[in-house]
Design a protein around this ligand. Structure first.
Ligand code: SAH
Ligand code: SF4
Length: 397
């Protein structure tokens, strides 16, 4: 039997595992022992290491299931070892990335270990400042491929006696366009019988898939929602987040507000700061108009330089002035430092590097198109380009 045909053990629900165990005539407590071996401290990747099981059952587990989907991983360290970037090669050759970031304890906050994980290989949304967006859509990840990124990081941390404290869906892909599998994954990561991380410590970041936000809210637990806002004006957001042509920014903020109300959680908004594009006083005011009075927090992130855009990060004084406008309106705002730039830790950069350089004329055309589109947006003209192919079907509408 080839590996692809064996189900992935970390993609199974506890009920499915118990059914497998009892079908074999084994007592139900064996399912608990298997789950412990899969999940405790990141778990094992070889059935022979499941020492609590009798030899026959170990062999059956190994023959029936695949125990790891991200075994082929290349690690790169940055920020003096505080950032660990993992490039995972999946079974079919698809490349995805996860990034583990260590934050030392500071006055008022404990030490944190945050893992940024991918939900898709590539992304259909096509935000022009994002390396993953430029790669285009590859495929949706399976539940096991998503949660195995977390199991692997926990094994590395566990070797030093540490625990993963936060998981953010801010790697490659638009999580809410791989909705069913992402919802199953957050349940597995949250379930005390499986990964066991508190819902508040799991953040799903979205570029604004409104029906997906509503389904996440309907799940119930207090998962944290982060919305990639980037612009408060539709004309500009149409260019920076092409999904905006389907779900305009006011609808996205409405859905996020409802999530905040129903979970009691503060909503995070991310704004990638692009010099001369979305960092003007009018842009700050547009965000104030959208969010005033909400239980919201805004993170301003200087754009990580990616290869094929005409753009750069906004200068720090401009970002500070932008932050001041938001704060004066009572909106909590922080400026976030980029992590791991020297290893290309902006989402999708390593995979893009491996994909190779596109032909020079295509790059030049892309740069020119973006310059024209952002200049038109700054004048307030809305783009009439269609919504990116593949996005609507994937949203399951
Ligand atoms: N697709 C989801 C989650 C993955 S992207 C989303 O868009 O929210 C995670 C975050 O990285 C997003 O806020 C995205 O805007 C940001 N990002 C992408 N490329 C970036 C770059 N070059 N510089 C800074 N932030 C970037
Ligand atoms: Fe996709 Fe998010 Fe990148 Fe946009 S920023 S292209 S939604 S991964």
């Amino acid at each position: 039997m080839t590996d692809q045909l064996r189900p992935d053990i970390s993609g199974l629900t506890p009920d499915a595992l118990e059914a497998w165990v009892t079908e074999r005539g084994e007592p139900a407590y064996r399912a608990r022992q298997i789950a412990d071996a899969v999940w405790n401290d990141g778990g094992v990747t070889d059935a022979e290491a499941m020492r609590t099981l009798p030899a026959g059952l170990r062999t059956a587990v190994g023959g029936s299931f695949r125990l790891d989907t991200v075994g082929d991983t290349e690690l790169r360290l940055a920020d003096s070892g505080q950032t660990e970037k993992a490039l995972h090669r999946l079974d079919d050759g698809a490349l995805i990335e996860s990034v583990l970031m260590h934050y030392p304890a500071r006055a008022g906050s404990r030490e944190r270990h945050t893992l940024c994980i991918s939900s898709q290989a590539g992304c259909a949304v096509g935000c022009p400042f994002c390396a993953t967006g430029e790669l285009g859509f590859g495929r949706d990840l399976e539940v096991a491929e998503i949660v195995d990124q977390a199991r692997q990081a926990q094994r590395r941390l566990g070797a030093d006696g540490k625990r993963l404290t936060n998981i953010v869906f801010m790697g490659m892909g638009e999580p809410l366009l791989n909705l069913d599998r992402v919802l199953e994954s957050v349940e597995a990561l949250n379930d005390p019988r499986r990964f066991g991380l508190g819902a508040r410590h799991i953040t799903v970041s979205t570029s604004g898939v409104v029906p997906g936000i509503r389904r996440l809210t309907a799940l119930g637990p207090q998962f944290t929602l982060a919305v990639s806002l980037h612009a408060g004006r539709d004309a500009l957001r149409d260019v920076l987040v092409p999904l905006n042509r389907r779900w305009p920014v006011a609808e996205v903020v409405d859905a996020a507000r409802d999530h905040g109300r129903s979970t009691g959680r503060r909503i995070s908004y991310e704004v990638t700061m692009i010099g001369g594009v979305n960092d003007t006083p009018e842009d700050a005011q547009a965000i104030v108009d959208l969010l005033r009075g909400d239980h919201a927090h805004v993170n301003l992130i200087p754009m990580n330089p990616v290869a094929h855009t005409p753009w750069q990060a906004s200068p720090m004084p401009v970002i500070e002035a932008f932050a001041a406008t938001l704060r004066e309106a009572g909106i909590g705002t922080t400026i976030r430092r980029n992590r791991g730039q020297e290893v290309g830790a902006a989402c999708g950069q390593l995979a893009a590097e491996r994909a190779g350089e596109p032909p020079a004329p295509a790059v030049a055309r892309r740069r020119q198109r973006l310059e024209v589109a952002s200049a038109a947006a700054l004048r307030g003209d809305r783009s009439d380009e269609p919504v990116p192919a593949g996005v609507l079907g994937a949203a399951g509408e």
